[in-house]
Design a protein around this ligand. Structure first.
Ligand code: AHM
Ligand code: MG
Length: 354
């Protein structure tokens, strides 16, 4: 197959970037790639649920139908369990982290944080969804890995990636040496290198945010939205608004075209909606590796010290110039970073307690 490089070939080739690598990380990435193909197959059939039997019912073979996010969770945990390179999976789908208790995983040194199927409310309407994952080396050297092994800063990630199940299916990942994208060729069932060394444009003209929540946004975000909508030929404004409501889809598009994705704090979610460990950290690592910036509005996402498994954060992520301007608005209109009144200001500009 001249000219085609599969994900498997690429991973093995890149192992040489790490002189002491024993192949464990490569196998872990391979396991995630395999589970992603299985999830892709099911996501592609999602529209047939009414014919085949919807979630919670029994299909014609007498097998129970699972919701796709539950199915994806099971697939990734099972691939990581049989692969043997991972000792803990922390997933959006489970309240507690999942220790991998298999003889092969006993001495495994990696932790995987994963959102198996993000944006899953989009599945029913045939809109892009994604898987987001983050890989850490366990901190403890022996014994049973604990929550402390999971609660690491984003800067400690050894790899991160996402899979987008869209008009085509892609896996994009980084091991800290740039970002590469692979498109699934369904005819051969392989992810093939299609987007080598991805770089986000320094600036862009797309802003992605759920503007329906405008009234509940901090003042800095409101001001940034108004700035984005102003006419200014020099800076290519007004910008274009694009919001899929699927973080992977919105950030993937902005990575290629240039843009900013914002999910700020709101009155009802004073810490933001998205999760640090398996949504924001991996996307931040990828975007930084592609030359972009990821911030909570004030500080770098990757520097946040996690204290909880399902911790949330606000996020401003994308083209460096755009994130910088948005951060400037946040700083200018915030007298104090954690002032809750700043997180809930109604249209009259009157602060309301959140
Ligand atoms: P989920 O983990 O429940 O799927 O939620 C995460 C998703 C993101 O993919 C998306 O960007 C965001 O939630 C959309 O939220 P909203 O509907 O509030 O705009
Ligand atoms: Mg999610």
């Amino acid at each position: 197959m001249q000219g085609i490089k599969t994900l498997g070939q690429f991973i093995i080739e890149k192992q040489n970037d790490f002189p002491y690598a024993k192949g464990e990380l490569s196998r872990l990435l391979r396991d995630i790639g395999i589970a992603a193909k299985i999830v892709n197959r099911e996501v592609n059939k999602a529209g047939l649920a009414d014919i085949l039997g919807s979630a919670g019912t029994t299909n014609i073979q007498g097998e129970g139908q699972q919701k796709l996010d539950v199915f994806a969770n099971t697939q990734f945990i099972s691939a990581l369990t049989s692969g043997g390179e991972c000792c803990i999976v922390a997933t959006e789908e489970e309240d507690e982290f999942v220790p991998i208790d298999s003889p092969v995983s006993k001495n495994a040194k990696y932790i995987v944080c994963i959102d198996p199927l993000d944006g899953s409310s989009n599945i029913d309407v045939n809109v892009a969804v994604g898987t987001i994952f983050s890989i850490y080396r366990r901190k403890s050297v022996d014994g049973v890995a604990t929550l402390q092994d999971v609660l690491q800063k984003g800067t400690q990630q050894v790899a991160a990636g996402y899979v987008i199940y869209g008009s085509s299916t892609m896996m994009v990942y980084t091991t800290g040496k740039g970002v590469n994208g692979f498109t699934l060729d369904p005819s051969i069932g392989e992810f093939c290198l299609s987007h080598p060394d991805m770089k986000i444009p320094q600036n862009g003209n797309i802003y992605s945010i759920n503007e329906g929540n405008y009234v509940h946004f901090p003042t800095g975000v409101k001001k940034y939205i108004k700035f984005a909508q102003e006419e200014d030929a020099g800076s290519n404004r007004p910008y274009t608004s694009r919001y899929i409501g699927s973080m992977v889809g919105d950030i993937h598009r902005n990575l290629i075209k240039g843009g900013i994705y914002i999910y700020p704090t709101t009155a009802s979610s004073p810490n933001g909606k998205l999760r640090l460990l398996y949504e924001c950290n991996p996307m931040a690592f990828i975007i930084e590796q592609a030359g972009g910036v990821a911030s909570d509005g004030f500080n770098r996402i990757l520097d946040i010290e996690p204290t909880e498994l399902h911790q949330r954060t606000s996020i401003f992520i994308g083209s460096p110039d755009m994130v910088k301007v948005a951060e400037d608005f946040m700083v200018e209109f915030s007298s104090e970073k954690n002032n809750p009144l700043n997180h809930a200001i109604n249209l009259n500009g009157t602060a309301v307690a959140s």
